[in-house]
Design a protein around this ligand. Structure first.
Ligand SMILES: [Zn+2]
Length: 484
């Protein structure tokens, strides 16, 4: 198959294409199980396989994909024909940043292939966790497991040949109950980076038991708690909400295709302009953010992107100043040309497609915040006069250019004069993005830093759901509006 794909790439190149690549998925397996209130509501098993082909011709892309591999020549010709038609109406001719030809393999760390684990064992695990959650105060309980395993073979007309084997495990436990006014409150646990690998071994019963006990206890505290006050306070974000703050107001705002206006019709744009790079004070001096696809064991670490660029660790915000973006080969060339200066020296290796039948677009890798100097959570609480600790994403509303946000969290703990006092319910906070990041007054050390996984980041038309990670410390922001 590989030989035939290479022959087709050479043939289309010979017809005048400037660039051709193919992503062959010998298999992509997915398995989803969901238990709700003790009942197994869903078990889904799916397998996809096929080839996706990109052809660049006179500055325009053509794409085709099929799971029927019986006529590869026709599949490649379709992509070539699409590119030729598109070339007649191209407005900004596509150029690709330089790259090296690479022969390489990448395997995400996995000890026990979850697809070798019998269904009965997976269902028994869910049943056991459901029983852990079945406690006083809990009205609804939910527990799910998602497994993905895929092989991707990437070949292009510039001499690259990259083979990847990627295994993903995602899981959530959630409980909800009702307060005396009849309002529902929830508390979740998500499986995040745990141990050195991400196979069936990461589904650790002890970890789930501890967290089941914790989320039931915290939800019951919320059910009898007072409502969050409406006022300005310092907010101390734990990783369970800090990851989403980073995702929505740094990650999405710094995707270069959004900055250039390519996602306006669906995902939205960005308040960031090309003239902001190197100048905009995005946050306080305590803020250093990076797109780090080299972080071990995260869904945002995939070895090589779908342009064949090796994983990179790119600084996005350096001590508060905007310096980088989430980029692929195409957008960096267009951004430099439009800005009439070299903002980006090459691809940041962040072009990814969610399946063989989707085109790669710029996606977050691991968008991380560097740990800081302000010690542990206890240390940060001790130095906070009037604050609130927040955790757990409940709902979110974000400006389409990411210029402002409003997040509702699952739980809040008030802080008065350096001490944690009461739990509150309906804890929300909001703000304008740049003002908020500039109010960053404390960043926790490495003991507070955790990697959180995201398995449902949506972008693109047709929509592509992508997986990634966020390594974030506990952070404190001052004078933030809460409770409304
Ligand atoms: Zn997203």
């Amino acid at each position: 198959m590989l030989k035939q794909i290479q022959q087709q790439i050479d043939r289309i190149k010979g017809l005048g294409a400037t660039y051709v690549d193919a992503r062959w998925y010998p298999f992509e397996d997915a398995n989803y199980l969901m238990m709700w209130n003790g009942n197994l509501k869903n078990t889904i098993s799916a397998r996809e396989s096929g080839v996706g082909v990109r052809v660049l011709y006179k500055g325009a892309w053509g794409f085709s994909a099929s799971s029927d591999l019986s006529d590869l020549a026709a599949l490649f010709e379709k992509a070539y024909d699409n590119a030729r038609v598109a070339a007649e109406r191209v407005t900004f001719p596509v150029r690709l940043a330089e790259k090296d030809a690479i022969q390489a393999t990448f395997e995400s760390p996995c000890q026990v292939n979850p697809f070798d684990v019998p269904l009965t064992e997976k269902v028994a695990f869910l049943k056991e966790m459901d029983e852990q959650l079945n406690q006083a105060g809990v009205l609804q309980r939910f527990c799910d497991l998602t497994f993905v395993r895929k092989q991707i073979v990437f070949v292009d007309s510039e001499g690259s040949h990259i083979e990847k084997l990627i295994t993903e495990v995602f899981s959530t436990m959630e409980v909800s109950g009702r307060d005396s006014q009849g309002a529902t409150h929830e508390r979740k646990f998500r499986l995040n980076r745990h141990g050195a690998s991400r196979g069936w071994e990461s589904v650790d019963k002890q970890l789930y038991r501890e967290n089941a006990e914790r989320i039931v206890k915290e939800m019951n505290q919320v059910l009898v708690a007072d409502t969050c006050p409406k006022e300005d306070r310092s907010v101390i974000l734990l990783p369970g909400i800090m990851y989403l703050q980073t995702h929505e107001t740094i990650g999405h705002a710094l995707e270069l295709d959004r900055i250039l206006g390519y996602e306006l019709a669906f995902a939205g744009g960005s308040f960031v302009t090309l003239s902001d790079f190197g100048k905009l004070r995005y946050g306080s001096e305590k803020l250093t953010a990076r797109a780090d696809a080299t972080l071990p064991n995260s869904p945002g670490s995939f070895g090589y992107d779908d342009d064949g660029i090796p994983a990179q660790n790119t600084v996005l915000i350096d001590k508060g100043i905007l310096v980088g973006a989430i980029t692929g080969r195409q957008m960096v060339e267009e951004a430099n040309a439009r800005a009439r200066r070299e903002i980006f020296s090459g691809s940041g290796g962040a072009n990814r497609a969610t399946a063989f039948y989707r085109v790669p677009i710029e996606r977050m890798t691991n968008i991380n915040i560097d740990p800081g100097q302000e010690g542990s959570l206890d240390d940060i609480v001790k130095s906070t006069e009037k604050g609130i600790i927040l955790d757990g994403d409940k709902s979110w509303s974000i400006g389409s250019n990411r210029e402002q946000f409003h997040f509702a969290t699952e739980i809040g703990w008030l802080v008065e004069d350096g001490k944690i006092t009461d739990v509150v319910k309906n804890a929300t906070y909001k703000g304008p993005t740049v003002k908020f990041w500039n109010s960053l007054s404390a960043v926790g050390d490495r003991s507070t830093w955790e990697v959180r996984y995201v398995d449902n980041c949506g972008k693109g038309q047709p929509n592509q759901i992508m997986q990634l990670g966020h390594g974030v410390p506990v952070c404190r922001f001052d004078n933030v509006r809460i409770g409304e």
